[in-house]
Write a protein that binds this ligand. Structure first.
Ligand SMILES: N[C@@H](CCC(=O)N[C@@H](CS)C(=O)NCC(=O)O)C(=O)O
Length: 225
């Protein structure tokens, strides 16, 4: 059986986890936190070269990087596909997923250290994050109407990217910018509410909340924060 290494309060870990759950693929979870190095699980670097979470353990070896892991899962387990049937549809789903990761997740992530440490962000970083998120929010409306799913008429990898990342962007915005940068994206509120009702998304949220105290304790033990 394939094994997914990582921890449930990581949004990146939850990307393949949600894919596996939605596809009905059996898997085992192996707990591994971040901060790999001399003090913590140095052997994990053989599974994920930068020590990042997630890593997927297959019968042939390890795969890191969530995008590559999704590719493996989809090809190795084609049932309940998370991609549309046409080449154009697949490209559009990948386009939206990548857009969300590059222009929302990775931008908002710049403020995560402040969130964990309870510190104020550098004003220059804050300004940069705000203008990048506002630009991306305006552009997002060109890629999705969020009427039913993020793209097309079935649950896809774009929904996984959207529901695991956009809520984080909204909370980071509310916390540090004093406003939700996605509040004016048409259809997004109702879309997120619909996605949160999906049983596997609910499981992701329950598991994330359950893991959070242990993850925070890990950060405190490793970094003193
Ligand atoms: N590009 C990677 C990013 C994964 C990532 O950044 N994971 C975070 C946890 S949410 C992590 O492992 N951070 C620790 C680190 O960067 O050292 C992927 O798509 O899997």
């Amino acid at each position: 059986m394939i094994k997914l290494h990582g921890f449930s309060s990581s949004n990146y870990y939850n990307v393949p986890k949600l894919a596996l759950l939605e596809k009905g693929v059996a898997f085992e979870e192996v707990l591994s936190y971040t901060g790999v190095g001399p003090k913590y699980k140095p052997e994990y670097l053989d599974k994920s070269p930068l020590g990042k979470v997630p890593a997927l353990e297959t019968s042939e070896g390890f795969v890191s990087e969530s995008r590559a892991i999704l590719e493996y899962i989809e090809r190795a387990h084609p049932q309940h596909s998370l991609l549309p049937a046409t080449p154009f549809g697949i490209a559009k789903v990948q386009e939206l997923s990548q857009f969300i990761e590059l222009y929302f997740e990775l931008v908002a992530r710049r403020l995560i250290p402040n969130l964990f440490a309870g510190t104020e962000p550098d004003p220059a970083v804050l300004k940069d994050v705000e203008s990048s998120l506002n630009k991306a929010a305006a552009a997002l409306t060109k890629l999705s109407t969020f009427e039913q799913f993020a793209y097309g008429d079935q649950f896809t990898l774009a929904d996984i990217a959207a529901i695991l990342n956009l809520p984080i962007v909204r909370s980071v915005g509310l916390k540090f910018l004093g406003k939700d940068p996605l509040s004016e994206v048409p259809g997004l509120d109702a879309y997120c509410a619909r996605m949160e009702e999906r049983p596997h998304v609910k499981k992701i949220r329950v598991d994330a909340a359950a893991d959070r105290p242990s993850f925070m304790a890990h950060l405190k033990a490793l970094y003193g924060i």
